[in-house]
Design a protein around this ligand. Sequence first.
Ligand code: PAF
Length: 283
Amino acid sequence: MKTLRGVQSMRRVVAGWHDLGARVALVPTMGNLHEGHASLMRLARRRADRVVASIFVNPTQFGPGEDFAAYPRTLAADRHTLRAAGVDALFVPTVRAMYPGGHDGGTLVSVPALSRQLCGVYRPVHFDGVASVVLRLLNIVAPDLAVFGEKDYQQLVLLRRMVSDLHVPVGIVAGPTVREPDGLAMSSRNGYLTAGERRIAPLLLRTLRECRMGLLAGERDFRALERRALRRLKQAGLRPEYVEIREAGTLQAPSARARRLRILAAAWLGRARLIDNIAVNLP
Ligand code: PAF
């Protein structure tokens, strides 16, 4: 596996592959890789001839007081994970390479229809930072497809909208959420949980599933289902930010005719902010 740090060297490697007719996939990450990331790499491997992974802890997607400085940086272990998953090249740019003019006051990309709701209410700068860094990565690597996890469902929908609005010639591929045996979605931030909190954490998924059972049993008072879920999370000791039922493709409030829904939630547990979401396909 090659490791590239510079924009030009990364571009040259991919241009060489494209000259040979190879299809190239990019899997952007912030490192501290776990099985969820490895599954995205393997998905990329199946869909493309060459796989590039990037590791970049992106400062613009962290708000003031968030965990940018504390975010775990584990490059040596990450390299092993990437090699085992069959990744061909690792792109590890510096902040200066990604934001040559500095990241304060530099060019930002915003998708307001999707960035100001759900997690965006609580993390107002987050999605502009995500869109801005992902567009930069797509411009540098120029992959044929880019792979993102469904665990960050709002991010996935927003990035699909960004590449469509800006005519970026890349296919967006979604990888399913990978879970621990007790249902907790794998996340780099699960490491912030204490042993006691770790035992409570799977309740987030259980609550989403109860909400889905309500929908599948014919309940259509979405607000009542969401309120019930919030109560349940609070009773268990979590501090929920939201539980919301949305249309799966657009994340808008569901119309009466909507059939493909998504239930999304974010809740604090100790120092960890947990997010999760599940699909609901109504008959
Ligand atoms: O999902 C993530 O890890 C990040 O938001 C991403 C897409 C790598 C952008 O920094």
